[in-house]
Design a protein around this ligand. Structure first.
Ligand code: ATP
Ligand code: FE2
Length: 320
């Protein structure tokens, strides 16, 4: 069975083509604002302008035509309304024009499902750390439950905001990781509330320290502090759910220090630790195809209306 998946929740238009056994292609284009944050209309204009070429590229690389595709999947939730609409229109147009079944999927759960597929981990706790999202997710009682999450901004947005104050261009993560290697510790607030984390106060604190400390020291302390917060919550989720594996995903999973801290924590408690390849950690169409495939095979008739706010634990999981 050949599935074409379309990702379009924020700034990436991604198209993946897969079968049960193989990932055939993973094409994408991402909107990058020259400065500042993402303007919803500009992002969606960009996605719309690239949709056709990304779909063609994914099919060509896969060596398939639309007539070979058995199912069209798209990210229907959660995300920015303007962006979601672009992927939804593209998916519906393909499905209706070529008379293919259509299925809408939840973006966050798609990150989890592609992680399970490519790492072979069956029942991990998932640390999903991206620009807009920071969640610790585990499967319990028929749902993907969010055991801990950010109560304000996502970790990547936090890192990028600090970078912007420090004059580091977007995306700030990789440069901050480099600078951190030469830094030493400066005390920062450590904010874990129950199982949730919060970054906005730390951001304010870092901003106030900008002129008074070396940038390397602030980058080092930022990483040590916020990564420890997320590792703490992940460890407690592992213990509470009695799970034996941790999977990390999202763009911030590129960070070597974060991986090292996760690996150490897991080693100490005898748990496994893995991450998917980076092109499947960031937003991509392959993960949408993978979740569409699993839902379709389980007989789920996925919703096809977009939903900007659907939460991870609102989705009934019939394929596990
Ligand atoms: P989502 O829609 O799932 O929230 P996103 O598109 O906002 O995803 P991603 O593309 O998954 O986010 O990740 C981008 C983020 O990853 C940026 O905030 C970037 O700074 C961060 N990032 C990338 N590389 C690193 C790194 N080495 N260390 C820390 N952060 C990093
Ligand atoms: Fe994402």
């Amino acid at each position: 069975m050949i599935v074409l998946g379309i990702e379009s929740t924020a700034h990436t238009f991604g198209v993946g083509v897969i079968t049960e056994d193989e990932i055939l292609s993973n094409a994408k284009e991402s909107y990058r604002p020259e400065k500042g944050g993402i303007h919803p209309r500009k992002a969606s204009d960009f996605l719309a302008s690239r949709a056709g070429s990304v779909i063609r590229k994914a099919l060509t690389t896969a060596g398939a035509g639309m007539e070979d595709v058995d199912l069209v999947a798209f990210s229907r939730s959660p995300g920015m309304g303007h962006s979601l609409r672009v992927g939804s229109v593209a998916a519906k147009t393909l499905a209706y024009e070529f008379n293919k079944p259509l299925i809408g999927v939840n973006h966050c759960i798609a990150h989890v499902e592609i992680g399970r597929r490519v790492t072979g981990m069956n029942d991990p706790v998932v640390l999903y750390t991206s620009g807009a999202n920071t969640q610790v997710i585990a499967f319990q009682g028929g749902r993907y439950r969010v055991f801990g999450e950010t109560i304000d901004m996502g970790i990547g947005n936090f890192i990028d905001s600090f970078a912007r104050y420090a004059g580091i261009p977007f995306p700030g993560g990789p440069r901050i990781e480099e600078l951190a290697k030469k830094g030493k510790y400066v005390e920062l607030p450590y904010v874990v509330k129950g199982m949730d984390v919060s970054f906005s106060g730390i951001l304010t604190n870092l901003r106030q320290k900008l002129k008074k400390h070396e940038l390397e020291d602030l980058c080092y302390s930022l990483q040590e502090t916020v990564f420890a917060m997320m590792v703490e919550v992940s460890e407690r989720a592992l213990a509470h759910c009695q799970k034996k594996e941790l999977l990390i995903t999202g763009g911030v999973a590129a960070n070597k220090r974060l991986r090292e801290m996760c690996r150490l924590m897991c080693k100490e408690r005898g748990a496994g630790f893995k991450a998917p390849p980076m092109d499947l950690c960031v937003d991509n169409g392959v993960m949408i195809a993978e979740l569409g495939l699993k839902m379709h095979k389980a007989g789920v008739k996925g919703e096809v209306n977009i939903d900007q706010g659907e939460r991870t634990d609102e989705v009934e999981i019939k394929w596990r």
